[in-house]
Design a binder for this molecule. Structure first.
Ligand code: UDX
Ligand code: ADP
Length: 463
């Protein structure tokens, strides 16, 4: 059995590494058009930071796991081809800002059609709008070599930061398809390490839609608790206490109720926008509006946090130094896509704050790129004044202490564990007075900080 995976990103890389680890007899070839990314997968410094990933890659790479840019060669040799390319939100034309851009998926399908001979199983791993498989099937069937295909949907539910654990012990594996033989071939792979009862099989469309629905429900929980956090701040209720109180109801459950500065990541916003677009397409305007509120609440939460910093600091942050702790969209990843930090910092920069940013895993280049990106005009240009603002008012620091030195405030934007283990007396004495802390993740010991002398503001906590 030979597997090929097109797309060596956050999903394709770790997922294929796990399959290769668990199935030493299966040849797994991961390909990408991005030569730099492939070089990184072949090096000691993997392009994706994920706890436990290095070990898995090290075990399988060179044995039955390969990374290369030979897309045609890998497709031609494979029995099963995973499509794991990016499906960002469209930025142009019909459905701009909502629909998924399926350009990369379609290009893959065309390339598979062009190169393939015999019979192959094509697996959609990327998150796609429901009924994409229809288009993929049509493109594949118009090939010149009489090749035949089965198309399966096998959405990935791993979360970044816990990818290896999620891949090793998934709550479920979902496989949608029409051909029972093809489904069985993929079930057999996962069954090497996942209990059979956790491998769910459905029709193609249910599988495609389940992925969008799962992400929409998860994001909705975060927006729901974040909406309550605003009410807590107005009423002196404590959002963590409320979350604990409702989370013990077994019907609600305790997970995904952590109020925050807003959800980020490559999936939640993109998938809900996609769901909204699909509902509009099918004329379901009320359903579209319902889900759109999840995004609106998230935007509100990010804006509200920046506004709270400004109003608390005597209505001006102009020329004040603010330490930004954390840039990644969550801890234990170097991924910054849609990170709340980007939007909060944009708002603070517009107020002329001086930002000193530290993240344990995100590079300076990435931070600057993210800020430039968020300040582009609709035509995709960076106005000189914004470029100047970033140049003059942003410093990326080597650690938390350096970022906080002489700062007026600290804003915690990612819940990295290291932020909890600092010498806060040292931090306090290095800062300007009054020293503000804005805990956008509710991870610090607020009572202890107040004891030292900090003025502490946190999500969903009055005072
Ligand atoms: C998500 C889904 O969990 C995963 O199943 C899917 O495959 C991809 O999208 P991911 O984006 O990697 O995974 O991270 P996740 O842990 O879901 O967190 C998303 C965002 O929500 C993060 O910014 C996180 O900080 C935030 N979040 C999560 C909260 O603010 N509060 C919570 O209680 C949980
Ligand atoms: P995800 O988080 O879904 O894994 P990423 O953006 O991290 O998304 O990864 C997607 C990868 O797919 C990128 O590395 C990109 O270069 C690759 N890719 C996109 N289109 C193609 C293609 N036609 N052939 C090969 N690789 C592709």
């Amino acid at each position: 059995m030979k597997i090929c995976c097109i797309g060596a990103g956050y999903v394709g890389g770790p997922t294929m590494a796990m399959i290769a680890k668990q199935c030493p007899d299966i040849d797994v070839h991961v390909v990408d058009i991005n030569a730099q990314r492939i070089a990184a997968w072949n090096s000691e410094e993997l392009p994706v930071y994920e706890p436990g990933l290095d070990e898995v890659v090290r075990e399988a790479r060179g044995r039955n796991l390969r990374f290369s840019t030979d897309v045609d060669g890998a497709i031609a040799a494979a029995d099963m081809i995973f499509i794991s390319v990016n499906t960002p939100t469209k930025t142009f034309g019909m459905g701009a800002g909502r629909a998924a851009n399926l350009e990369y998926v379609e290009k893959c399908a065309r390339q598979i059609a062009r190169v393939s001979t015999g019979h192959k199983i094509v697996v959609e791993k990327s998150t796609l709008p429901v009924r994409t498989a229809e288009a993929v099937k049509r493109i594949l069937s118009s090939n010149e070599h009489q090749a035949t295909f089965d198309v399966l949907s096998n959405p990935e539910f791993l979360a970044e930061g816990t990818a290896i654990r999620d891949l090793l012990h998934p709550d479920r594996v979902l496989i949608g398809g029409e051909s029972s033989a093809a489904i069985e071939a993929l079930v057999d792979i996962y069954a090497r390490w996942v209990p059979r009862e956790r491998i769910l099989t459905t029709n193609l469309w249910s599988s495609e839609l389940s992925k969008l629905t799962a992400n929409a429900f998860l994001a909705q929980r975060v927006s729901s608790i974040n909406s309550i956090s605003a009410l807590c701040e107005a009423t002196e209720a404590d959002v963590d206490e409320v979350a604990r109180a409702i989370g013990t109801d077994s019907r609600i459950g305790p997970k995904f109720l952590k109020a925050s500065v807003g959800f980020g990541g490559s999936c939640f916003q993109k998938d809900i926008l996609n769901l909204v677009y699909l509902c509009e397409y099918f004329g379901l305007h009320e359903v579209a509006e319902y889900w759109e509120q999840v995004i609106k609440m998230n935007d509100y939460q990010k804006r509200r946090f920046a506004r709270r910093i400004v109003t608390t600091m005597f209505n001006t942050v102009s020329d004040k130094k603010i330490a930004i702790w954390g840039w990644a969209f969550k801890k234990d990843t170097n991924d910054t896509r849609e990170s709340a930090a980007i939007y909060v910092c944009r708002d603070l920069l517009e107020e002329r704050a001086r930002l000193h940013i530290y993240d344990p895993r995100v590079s300076k280049d990435q931070i600057i790129r993210d800020l430039q990106q968020v300040m582009l005009t609709q035509d995709g240009e960076l106005p000189p004044k914004k470029a100047e603002l970033i140049d003059n008012n942003v410093v990326v620091e080597p650690d938390c202490y350096a970022a906080a030195e002489q700062a007026h405030a600290i804003a915690v934007l990612t819940e990295w564990d290291v932020f909890k283990q600092l010498d806060f007396r040292r931090v306090y004495h290095s800062m300007q007075q009054p020293s503000f802390v804005f805990d956008g993740r509710n991870i610090l010991d607020h009572a202890a900080l107040r004891e030292i002398g900090f003025e502490v503001y946190a999500i969903g906590k009055g005072g």
